[in-house]
Design a protein around this ligand. Structure first.
Ligand code: ADP
Ligand code: MG
Length: 457
């Protein structure tokens, strides 16, 4: 029945996807379990996330058997296992082939869609932080216009919004003749303004270009705040596409409800479909991402080093990648393998930077509130008495100083305040420091206390 099931799955999936993820070997089955072998724990985790329930359902559908799949990791070399620690380096032949190469096999079809060839599902690591979003994205890619429309992916910088959005686009582009258009909200705005200036025929051409897309991907729509005319234009584009059941995907750095100076009717339309957020990746996912990226580049970096970077760079995936690139560049220039010591040395600044710590705003609030004999809820409350306003502004200022969070995110953590409030707070504190330099040392004391508190907890 396994051969039969696999045959069906092969028929349903794209060749490339199948080749990539179905390096699965049947071992044995019992009344209730199916035991299969996969080449590495990384592979196992990915296959589990992506296909476990899909395969189980398929078996049920075909044979009526209700089996739960158990994965056994069996690398060709079969190194000894240390269960808690991340897997020792095992080769993943499928992953070694850079995405670019597989894509170049595609016919010479012109790509007008502006998509990056390497932003595909095959190299998008799935973890708890993006599980829901990636599953939805894959469903949309398989059934554009039908699954969830419109689809909005939101979340902070460097968390994989653009990659995921373009993966949808690339998948549809590769597997159909649909016209996929990817554009950032910023370029859309510029193009629109330009077209209007050029006169009616250019304006009409602009409208047509977008209204005749089969799949429209617009990145970073928070950029459209205050751009009322572009919002109006996009509203009409949206309606035309939506009525024609064309797939529309947006990304945004915050939930729609937090957009300011953004037309209600537009945000209502955008919110009609599915909205999902991307969270920062946890340690395991960071490790898996780095592992995948090193393997894709064909470089050999020991797992201890990957673990070290995963542990120390927790802000987002973009930072994680730049740390890795730095290491690879060093290894290539010096021509010898990276060790934990060299990594520590090379990434000293990255690791030491307070912005890289995963200091929470909550910690800052607790320490500052405690320092001023307030409760940390006071800082998040709406209360506006001076004894609370100043510590609150100070906490916001410190949060901006020592964390990676944007003004929007900081505002969020202070009872859902606007980012302009945070900017205003920072300005106020700077003014006070100028007027009273001793405040600077108070701030330094607080920062030290916050770091101590954070190291202990
Ligand atoms: P955002 O658009 O949210 O700012 P990007 O999509 O540009 O983030 O992602 C930043 C970098 O991190 C890109 O190089 C992207 O390929 C990589 N990346 C993000 N998420 C993942 C993931 N889940 N697996 C692999 N790479 C990822
Ligand atoms: Mg982006």
């Amino acid at each position: 029945f396994w051969t039969e099931t696999i045959k069906h799955i092969k028929g349903e999936l794209e060749e490339q996807e199948f080749a990539m993820w179905f390096n699965i070997e049947y071992l044995r089955s019992t009344e209730r379990e199916l035991i299969v072998a996969v080449p590495s724990s990384f592979y196992r985790d990915q296959v589990k996330q992506r296909y476990q329930s899909y395969i189980e359902n398929k078996i049920r559908e075909l044979t009526g058997k209700d089996l739960s799949i158990q994965f056994e990791v069996q690398s060709k070399k079969d190194p000894p296992k240390t269960p808690a620690a991340p897997e020792k380096t095992e080769s993943l032949p499928e992953q070694k082939k850079p995405a670019r190469e597989t894509k170049s096999q595609k016919s010479a079809k012109q790509n007008h869609s502006q998509l990056r060839k390497d932003y595909i599902f095959d190299n998008y690591v799935i973890g708890d932080n993006n599980n829901f979003a990636s599953n939805a994205a894959m469903a949309i890619a398989r059934n554009p216009g039908d699954a969830y429309n419109p689809f909005l992916i939101y979340g902070g910088v460097g968390l994989g919004k653009t990659h995921l959005m373009q993966a949808i686009g690339n998948y549809i582009y590769e597997n159909s003749d649909q016209k996929v258009i990817y554009i950032t909200a910023e370029s859309f705005t510029n193009e629109f303004i330009h077209a209007i200036k050029e006169g009616p025929s250019k304006a009409a051409a602009f409208k047509n270009k977008y209204r005749y897309a089969d799949v429209l991907l617009i990145d970073d729509i928070h950029f459209l705040q205050k751009k009322y005319e572009t919002q109006e234009e996009l509203f009409h584009t949206f309606n035309a596409l939506y009525d024609a059941k064309k797939q529309i995907v947006f990304t945004c750095d915050r939930p729609l409800s937090e957009l300011k100076n953004f037309s209600d009717r537009l945000s209502n339309r955008f919110g009609k479909g599915l909205n999902v957020d991307l969270q920062p990746p946890d340690y395991e996912t960071r490790f898996a991402i780095l592992k995948m990226k090193t393997e894709a580049r064909g470089v050999n970096i020991p797992d201890e080093v990957i673990a070290l970077v995963s542990k120390n760079v927790s802000s987002n995936i973009r930072d994680l990648e730049s740390a890795l690139i730095k290491l690879i560049a060093y290894a290539e220039l010096v021509g010898k393998p990276i060790t934990v010591e060299t990594a520590q040395q090379q990434l000293k600044d990255v690791f030491a930077s307070p912005r890289q710590t995963n200091m929470s705003i909550e910690t800052i609030q607790r320490v500052v509130a405690d320092y001023f004999s307030l409760s940390h809820n006071d800082l998040k409350s709406k209360k506006r008495t001076q004894n609370i306003v100043f510590p609150r502004q100070l906490s916001m200022f410190i949060a901006r100083e020592i964390t990676e969070y944007s003004t929007t995110e900081v505002g969020q953590s202070f009872g859902g305040r606007d980012h302009t409030t945070v900017m205003h707070a920072c300005q106020k504190i700077e003014e006070r420091i100028t007027a009273d330099p001793s405040l600077e040392s108070t701030i330094q004391t607080l920062i030290r206390m916050i770091k101590e508190y954070s190291a202990k907890s």
